[in-house]
Write a protein of this length. Sequence first.
Length: 120
Amino acid sequence: MCNDDNGHGHDMGVEARFQRMTAFIEARLTPLFDPENGSDHGFGMDDTSRALRALRYTVQAASQVGGLVEKRETAPELRLVVDQALEHNWDALRSIARMWEDHEDFLKEFKAHSWDVLGV
């Protein structure tokens, strides 16, 4: 686990943290789409399949932060708005990941508040 700024800058650390948390959540969700667990690969029109798809789409949307991280440095006039967007995305993923706080792969960094992750 990398929480430092050595050799890749603070913003790369932010993006890496988003990637680690997204991978953790995806690893919990993917088995739920398996037919062995009663799913039609999440394509059914039952409420459970719809909820699974909605959750996966939410995770995918909140995890797409590469462009935002880049804008933090290249567009200082947008920094406040970019940081707010990153905070919102982190908090959404954090809330989802904490549903599995008792899982052995849950990392302490997933509990971090957005202002700690972003350094704002």
